[in-house]
Design a protein around this ligand. Structure first.
Ligand code: SF4
Ligand code: SF4
Length: 437
């Protein structure tokens, strides 16, 4: 009974802290722009393919496979965690055992996956600590980002050690009492051989130690995740579901501009009195972004796959698409509390453009979409960059000189070049194409 009470208290604290954090993070969605979610069947297909099937991660075959195995392993092991919560609350022992062969299959897979995840995490840690993998570096990757990644990996490592420990000592405990086993544990049964000589009391102690160690690590880890890049553990699947599904190079029209153009083309509407206050064009700060942009920022794993393929970054420009997503997340975190208190009128004298992202970064983007193509969680960085550029052009008239010339030419000549529309076919004169001879 004491164990159940302790467990219930630990669970309540975990849920309360988690709910408090989620409320803070998700309340910020209230300040973002609405965007409809269309084509649900296609979204389900993309989610199965990219999130569950992990297809994009396989572009790096070896590390991709290890990462995919960790992800799939987590899904399988989740069943064991649910069982532990039920056991903890109701004082039962391996309560899902009534599932019979399904249980055996699930827990055998979980036991094997625990070993695979353990080895994969050791490889990940080795790469981060001892190999200079270029995409893990960059001006935006501060020491705290690296410490965050290493801490999360260490947590996962300990989770797998305690899971295997729990299974191993469970097998030994059942054997010491001559009781039947619930489930199949192909890896732990091998490990059990290493501890065969221990007394029943010691075996019981280590079973309890690993059981509590594992579940408490889950509780603590769940509350650290929202403050870490590993928040993608929760966010990646929903993020893929809400991600942009139109073709990568497709440029969305600005609804407000489309409306203006339609009004200009319709004389009746153009002269009709409009009381509507014109909206702000583009994005200059966190609250101007759409809820999908913010979801993207919360889901960014900081893996750097986008920056590694960005031609602007590769050729030494300031732009890093990873930084764009990290900056939006940081800015929303900074401005969120003020927005909560004072609403959208809150102004702290700072802004996403300028204080976080420079104009130089924004204009370095070639809109090639390589970053979006590579992102394993389907983040679309170019659309956010484009919206910030739209703000600079439409609200600040702050386009680079070369673009301003092109804009003037479009306005005067209907084309970005400095020639009159009447001269457009002059190039053909000498080819006698227009000749009647
Ligand atoms: S779209 Fe822009 S940010 Fe993305 S890879 Fe191309 S240049 Fe880099
Ligand atoms: S935007 Fe995507 S590819 Fe880039 S760092 Fe974040 S998760 Fe990785």
């Amino acid at each position: 009974m004491v164990k159940q009470i302790l467990f219930a208290v630990a669970l309540l604290i975990t849920l309360a802290v988690f709910a408090w954090t989620m409320r803070r993070l998700f309340f910020n969605f209230k300040f973002t722009k609405k965007l409809p979610l269309d084509n649900i069947p296609k979204r389900i297909r993309v989610t199965l393919e990219v999130a569950i099937g992990q297809t994009k991660i396989f572009r790096h075959p070896v590390m991709g496979l290890l990462h995919a195995l960790v992800f799939w392993g987590f899904l399988v092991i989740l069943a064991g965690s649910v069982e532990m919560v039920i056991d903890g609350l109701f004082g039962t022992e391996r309560v899902l055992g009534f599932l019979g062969p399904v249980y055996d299959f699930l827990f055998a897979a979980g036991d094997i996956f625990a070993a695979i995840i353990l080895v994969s995490i050791l490889v990940f840690l080795f790469r981060r600590l001892f190999m200079k993998v270029k995409r893990f570096y960059g001006p935006e990757m501060k020491p705290v980002s690296k410490a965050d990644a290493n801490l999360a990996l260490s947590f996962i490592l300990l989770l797998m050690v305690t899971l295997l420990g729990m299974n191993t000592f469970y097998l030994l405990e059942m054997a010491s009492h001559n009781e039947a086993l619930t489930g199949v544990y192909p890896v732990s049964i091998l490990l059990a051989g290493l501890f065969a000589g221990l007394s029943p009391e010691v075996i019981h102690f280590w079973h309890e130690f690993n059981w509590w160690g594992h579940i408490l690590l889950i509780f603590v880890f769940a509350n650290i995740l929202p403050y870490s890049k590993h928040f993608h553990v929760f966010m990646s699947v929903p993020n893929v579901f809400v991600s942009r599904i139109s073709p990568l190079g497709y440029v969305e029209n600005m609804e407000s501009i489309t409306k203006e153009v339609k009004m200009m083309l319709d004389p009746q509407a153009a002269f009709a009195a409009s009381t509507e206050v014109p909206p702000k064009f583009g994005v200059s700060d966190a609250e101007d972004t759409s809820w999908v942009n913010y979801m993207n920022a919360l889901s960014c794993t900081e893996c750097g796959r986008c920056t590694a393929v960005c031609p602007a970054n590769i050729t030494g420009k300031l732009l890093s698409p990873r930084k764009i997503m990290m900056d939006l997340r940081a800015r929303m975190k900074e401005k969120g509390p003020g927005l909560h208190k004072e609403g959208l009128i809150f102004n702290d004298g700072k802004s996403l453009i300028g204080d976080y992202i420079s104009e130089e970064e924004l204009w370095a983007c070639t809109m090639c979409n390589a970053c979006a193509q590579e992102c394993p969680v389907n983040i679309h960085q170019p659309s956010l960059i484009l919206d910030m550029r739209r703000y600079l052009v439409l609200e600040k008239s702050a386009a680079p000189a070369g673009l301003n010339t092109a804009f003037t030419n479009i306005e005067n000549n209907g084309a970005p070049w400095q020639f009159s529309p009447q001269d457009r076919l002059k190039w053909a004169d000498e080819l006698y194409i227009n000749s009647t001879e």
